[in-house]
Ligand binder design. Structure first.
Ligand code: GLN
Length: 485
């Protein structure tokens, strides 16, 4: 088998017993990138030279029998909104197209401490705003299962890099579904951790109370390995959770007998594609066969969640994005200007894309004096109701299950109207609003040979439970379709 097709677990063991060198591994992925990347556009930047140099360093350490961390020498791709010192970090935006951070995000520091190899920075929707990766200022990304279709967004580049074997694992960020949605569309495992589990320090902010970094992988085990690396308290992030964390791979042995699974009927109603529905129901049957108890519940608040999400997310974005003024860093207009206000106006008009401007305007509107109570405050009240409702559900059930997305990957250009794009997120946003963890794993394919995803949600810090159920389902479904590319 080609090296680039190996799982992280296998790469680690082959490195350890010296069947492969780190240079062999990095070369194999770089070659794969060379072969497929022009059709996919998953990367904003491939760090070919640096990755090979770093691999040599690891090989020297291995030759000297140095004690190395578990994932030492494993290549990783990182979403381009995560700051990497000395390495371009653009958020796929013109306004940050020349931005080279002078510090590392905490997650990247952890990647470096674990001697992992950064292979490139991945394409995304501009400032992580979008569900299809068509909002990148540089290029849209193609879904490797069908190049005419979107990979999902906003972490589409990170998903495609892993789905198409350009990288064994990657990091994305999830504000309203941006890890789970592309994981679903690309046939991957994507974990959105509990708010505060993974440091946001150095993640370029979209909506700070919703944003969370998380791992993409091709199987559940590899996902748990990467969460082990990136999770943990960080004093540089004031919302970081300070608790003792488990080794997430330890959850991947137990069975799920007696596990209580809630199925909210509102997430299986109108608008849900039939093939998606059947595939998720088939998974529920498998879980039942393995001894889980499945019960239908009602979660009527789901119907308000998108409205609340798009108010809170845009409100926070309008504030977070005020910093891009052409003065401190990033793009500045080349035109002559007469005063500071004109500099701001021209820089921001030229530097931001259409969707980002739409969000800034929406957010400014919902925060303005006349509308704050009617929109923003109401959305916050809704958020509290939702958190309480979920708390009460999790007092009776271990997990909630739903499809990750109501459909499979759609064609590029198909959702030109922003509202229809926003509707894609209907299943995923409650998780971010409530700060809970959720995982999406592949559960089947539709008639067009496109992957379908199933989503499991748990109580805060319930990542272990999610990995346990995901691992058991993955084993029993045993899906293995050859990627067409
Ligand atoms: N699609 C959602 C949005 O556009 C979520 C994006 C995200 O999770 N970063 O806001």
């Amino acid at each position: 088998m080609e090296i680039y097709k190996l799982s992280v677990k296998d790469l680690v063991s082959k490195l350890k017993n010296k069947e492969l060198s780190c240079t062999d591994i990095v070369r194999s992925f770089l070659e794969r990138i060379n072969n497929v990347e022009d059709r996919l556009k998953a990367f904003n930047l491939v760090l070919e030279k640096k990755a090979l140099e770093d691999a040599k360093v690891i090989d020297n350490k291995i030759a000297k029998n140095e004690d190395l961390p578990d994932l030492a020498g494993i290549p990783i791709a990182i979403k381009d909104n995560i700051c990497t010192e000395g390495i371009l970090t653009t958020c796929s935006s013109k306004i940050l197209s020349n931005f080279v951070p002078v510090y590392n995000a905490t997650v990247y520091d952890k990647i470096l401490q674990n001697n992992m190899i950064l292979i490139g920075k991945t394409n995304m929707d501009e400032f992580a705003m979008g569900s299809s990766n068509e909002n990148s200022a540089f290029s849209s990304v193609s879904n490797p299962w069908d190049l005419e279709r979107v990979p999902g967004g906003s972490s589409g580049g990170s998903a495609v890099a892993v789905a198409s074997f350009e990288s064994p694992i990657s990091l994305g960020s999830d504000t309203g579904g941006s890890i789970r949605l592309p994981a679903s569309f690309c046939g991957l495992v994507g974990m959105k951790p509990t708010y505060g589990l993974v440091s946001r320090y150095g993640l370029i902010a979209f909506a700070s109370s919703l944003d969370q970094i998380g791992p993409f992988s091709r199987n559940v085990y590899d996902n748990a390995l990467l969460l082990n690396v990136i999770a943990g308290y960080d004093k540089k992030d004031s919302t970081s959770v300070n608790v003792q964390l488990p080794d997430y791979t330890t959850f991947l042995k137990d069975d799920i007998k007696g596990m209580k699974i809630a199925v909210p009927k509102e997430m299986f109603e109108d608008g849900l594609n039939n093939e998606v529905k059947e595939s998720v129901e088939n998974s529920l049957k498998k879980l039942e066969d393995m001894g889980a108890n499945i019960e239908e519940i009602s979660l009527p608040l789901v119907k308000y969640s998108l409205a609340a999400y798009y108010i809170i997310a845009t409100a926070e974005a309008s504030s977070n994005l005020a910093r891009y003024d052409g003065v401190k860093y990033g793009y500045r207009t080349k035109d002559n200007v007469n005063n500071l206000e004109e500099l701001y106006l021209k820089t921001r008009s030229e530097g931001f894309g259409e969707e980002v401007k739409r969000r800034i305007m929406l957010g400014t509107y919902v925060l303005s004096a006349g509308y704050y109570d009617a929109y923003y405050k109401k959305a916050l009240q809704f958020r509290t109701l939702l958190i309480n409702e979920l708390k009460s559900i999790f007092s009776k059930y271990d997990v909630i299950v739903s499809p990750t997305v109501a459909n499979t990957a759609f064609k590029k250009g198909e959702k030109s109207d922003p509202i229809s794009m926003y509707l894609t997120d209907i299943m995923t946003v409650i998780v971010n609003l409530a700060g809970i963890p959720a995982i999406s794993i592949p559960c089947g394919f539709d008639n067009n040979n496109l992957p379908i995803g199933i989503q499991f949600m748990a109580n805060p810090l319930g990542e272990g439970t999610l990995y346990k159920i995901a691992y058991n389902l993955e084993k029993s479904l045993n899906l293995n379709k050859e990627l067409p590319i």
